[in-house]
Design a protein around this ligand. Sequence first.
Ligand SMILES: C[S@@+](CC[C@H](N)C(=O)[O-])C[C@H]1O[C@@H](n2cnc3c(N)ncnc32)[C@H](O)[C@@H]1O
Length: 390
Amino acid sequence: MPSKKPRSLWSAPPHTLAKLAILRNYLNAYFAILGRTTNHTREILYVDGFAGPNEYLDHPRGSPTEAMNAAASAIRAAGTNWRAKGVACVFIDREHWIVEHCRRKLSELPPHDRMRFEVLEGRFDEVLPSLIARYPSHFEDDAPLFVFADPFGATGVPFSSVQKILGAERSELFLNFDSDGLIRILKAQAAGNADENLTSIFGNEAWRGVLTAEGDPLKLARSALELFKERLRSIRSVKYVFAFEMQKHEGIPDYHLVFASKHPLGLEKMKEAMRAIARDQGGFTFCDASARIGSLFRFDRPEDWAETVHSQFTGKTVSAPQVWDFVLNETLLVNAKGVLERLEKEKFVTIARKPGAGKRRDLHLMETITFKPGKYLAPSAPKEGLFDGS
Ligand SMILES: C[S@@+](CC[C@H](N)C(=O)[O-])C[C@H]1O[C@@H](n2cnc3c(N)ncnc32)[C@H](O)[C@@H]1O
């Protein structure tokens, strides 16, 4: 990471390129879906709160151009099926030279009559209230809003800003949660202004007792993340929260990319975006070091998750969406179909389907799922660990 106040362009390490690829993959799907389903009177608002210069020493594009390109290609691909009024993009950075550089790079893009952008100079949390005032239909009504927040360090996004964003009806947040920075603040105690900063990050004092200055950094980072996810889920209707761990070296946390949405399709598409880049590294941990040492974690095998899903609901009859939501939030799978197929064949679940559904396991065709009481035991050989170690 460059210094917190860089004076010139910096390079993009592999995990930065991976982050850009996840954003690009996701936004391709996001604009394509929202563009076709949003009322023609509504714009889609895209906010990049920590825009950066939009260029790296060794890479031609930053997150602003990725977003603009994704929107432009979604509009082009939708053709006459595009319904939304357009896409408004707001890019924010606190550094004057970075704002200028970003603006210059964006002005090189071809103009588009359904898109507009502006680059604002200021601190994200200080600029946010003016956006709320200027875009009331996005923050107070149902116009779509997507916020990407990618600060340096752990303190750029107070939880009060997160609440303002996710309080909106149709909003999503993709946040770089700097676990490494957070642990450094915690360990520095008074010198890191720990109390004030952590209370601002989590929005209350729930971190006390959960996070202590002692302990293994990876474990601490994961506890901090779990607490943060819990805080996100405490916001009304935020039902889908998922994180992708970026490690500097194996076992050393760097940051987590956290996604929060109110719609299952959002998380489904984000997992697909993450999965596309994780495929070679394996699993939802991207680690620069593991990119060199090979794959550690499989992520798309339903058999790895049968026990987790069964033990969550053992002995219960639950609605299909409950199982779907659990699988989306708590496993690496994109949907519950594969796990249910396995559990049903092994007679660990009984599925009540809607008339005419046959044996299909699509969400809308299932009513309830009854999980056999007791412990799930895979009928085949001893279950392989999640880490395949190869
Ligand atoms: C990690 S870089 C952004 C990289 C960019 N998102 C990308 O993917 O290409 C973080 C940027 O946030 C800016 N920044 C740091 N703190 C900020 C704050 N509180 N408000 C707005 N911008 C901030 C920095 O000047 C820097 O340009």
